[in-house]
Design a protein around this ligand. Structure first.
Ligand SMILES: Cc1cc2nc3c(=O)[nH]c(=O)nc-3n(C[C@H](O)[C@H](O)[C@H](O)COP(=O)(O)OP(=O)(O)OC[C@H]3O[C@@H](n4cnc5c(N)ncnc54)[C@H](O)[C@@H]3O)c2cc1C
Length: 466
């Protein structure tokens, strides 16, 4: 092949990029293209944090490609219209892309492929974002797994591929295709950023990976559940945007395990989390109904509350439960939230406020830098008890004991709730135990009582479980 267009989507990097590497191997001329679609800045799930992270990551990609002599062609518009036009103008024989797993992107890719085909131009997509795809790990009956543990066991029996080499310098002249300017910020698109978010781009991802593998990964098992500790990798937004390759992470993990010489149990726990990511991606692909309702359809009959005041208190971090409020305020201020806290606030919304997981799922998607349909849906359905491999509905987190266990000295709560900073450690997760002090603090009283809500929740689930 003479000329191939590499269409960047959630693979915003020049290293360890399968489709890009294949394009370089098979074509004399590779034209890198990024299409900024309207869907990136309109629609109910769009939020300034993720949009800003995307813009930063594309800008970093543009610079990295320019250094290698491959000017990035940026266009605004609909992929199914832009790509055929670009391919025709550049005389490309094929468009390469890394595969996406969400139902709507697969439909879009199918439309792109059909349009190109009619013009005699090929479209090839490659497995890149995951090690094992939706139909590669099946149970003994040939069906997708719906339980994580056997899925992870099967995942681990297979060899992991090496990272792909970084893109080399351009072999031929630049395409001469003109570019549209990338929006300078999310404000320009009607999404002012009110959060302080982590940096996007390939270098930021590599720095995080290096720092994590240099030490914290070994303690990951012991520290990952404590939000006040810097115990996790913070790579989720990068994995989502594709500013780091999964094979690169696994290769560095292997080295860390070897260096640890038998003391690398944290590495095994970390690997499990990366496998959760692939587990939920295969769930999304194999059971696309999860995007519209419960994985277990009987739970679509649950009679959720539509109390808007409770929902607003949850969103704004004023439920009166410190660990819940601290987590929500952190989300609103940074676009990030620790995994343990995601489970706590999701359980609180669904099991204490009895509000549908779908409301929470939507709010998270808008706020999170790493908002990802598969992981977010999986996490919400797990917490609500409606999903694959879900915590059974009668397992209900108590926000006080969760706070006491995972934020034992209240360091995390004090960081986000200044009203409580002078409360002693033993009261910080239940400030109502000192009503006088609580009244003076300006921190709100509890909007519901956990024990009462727990009983209502059990009754609500029993009504549909029979
Ligand atoms: C209600 C809820 C909603 C969630 N929404 C998202 C989301 O929108 N996007 C997202 O990436 N993760 C989501 N998660 C999973 C998890 O909370 C985040 O991946 C994690 O907190 C990111 O921090 P980290 O990169 O430091 O993770 P680490 O602990 O360092 O884990 C490494 C990587 O493994 C993956 N991972 C870890 N835990 C999970 C998990 N439970 N499910 C899927 N992948 C996982 C992530 O890619 C993560 O970056 C959600 C979890 C819950 C309970």
């Amino acid at each position: 092949m003479k000329t191939v267009i590499h269409w960047f989507r959630r693979d915003l990097r020049v290293s360890d990029n399968v489709a890009l590497n294949e394009a370089e191997k098979r074509a004399q001329n590779v034209i890198p293209v990024f299409i900024f679609e309207d869907a990136f800045h309109s629609g109910p799930d769009v939020g300034a944090a993720r949009l800003t992270f995307l813009l930063q990551s594309v800008e970093s990609l543009r610079k990295n490609l320019a250094e290698l002599g491959h000017p990035l062609v940026i266009r605004r518009g609909k992929s199914e219209e832009v790509l055929p036009e670009l391919a025709q103008t550049a005389g490309a024989q094929c468009v390469f892309a890394n595969k996406r797993y969400e139902p709507y992107t697969q439909r879009r890719d199918e439309r792109v492929a059909q349009t190109l085909l009619k013009m005699g131009i090929g479209f090839e997509s490659f497995k890149d974002a995951v090690i094992w795809e939706e139909r590669e790990i099946l149970n003994q009956s040939g069906n997708p797994y719906t339980v994580f543990t056997p899925y992870a066991k099967a995942w681990k029996t297979r060899p992991v591929p090496h990272p792909r080499p970084r893109l080399g310098s351009a072999k031929s002249q630049s395409s001469g295709l003109n570019s549209d300017p990338l929006p300078e910020s999310s404000v320009e698109l009607g999404h002012p950023l009110n959060q302080t978010i982590p940096a996007g781009g390939e270098r930021a991802a590599r720095d995080l990976l290096r720092a994590f593998m240099a030490g914290p990964v070994l303690e990951y098992g012991a520290r990952r559940d404590f939000p006040a500790m810097a115990g996790t990798s913070n790579l989720s937004a990068h994995l989502r945007a594709g500013t780091i390759g999964i094979r690169t992470i696994l290769a560095e993990l292997k080295k860390a395990r070897e260096r640890a010489a038998g003391k690398g149990s944290g590495c095994d726990v970390f690997l499990n989390e990366l496998i959760w990511r692939e587990f939920y991606l295969q769930v999304l692909h194999n059971f696309p109904h999860v995007t519209k309702g419960a994985f277990r359809p009987e739970y679509n009959a649950l009679k959720w509350s539509d109390n808007q005041e409770h929902f607003a208190a949850w969103r704004e971090g004023r439920t009166g439960y410190p660990i819940v409020d601290a987590a929500m305020r952190c989300l609103n201020a940074t676009g990030t939230m620790h995994n343990r806290l995601r489970m706590i606030v999701a359980m609180f919304l669904t099991k204490d406020l009895l509000i549908s997981w779908q409301w929470g799922e939507r709010y998270f998607m808008k706020q999170l830098v790493d908002g990802d349909m598969a992981a977010n849906n999986g996490g919400w359905q797990w917490s609500a008890g409606t999903g694959t491999d879900a915590a059974p509905y009668f397992r209900i987190f108590n926000p006080v004991s969760q706070g006491e266990k995972f934020d034992p000295t209240g360091g995390y709560v004090r960081r986000w709730i200044p009203e409580l900073k002078d409360f002693p450690d033993d009261l910080i997760q239940q400030p109502w135990e000192n009503p006088l002090r609580l009244a003076k603090s300006k921190y709100p009283p509890r909007i519901v009582l956990h024990d009462e809500q727990r009983a209502k929740c059990l009754a609500m689930f029993k009504a549909v479980k029979g």
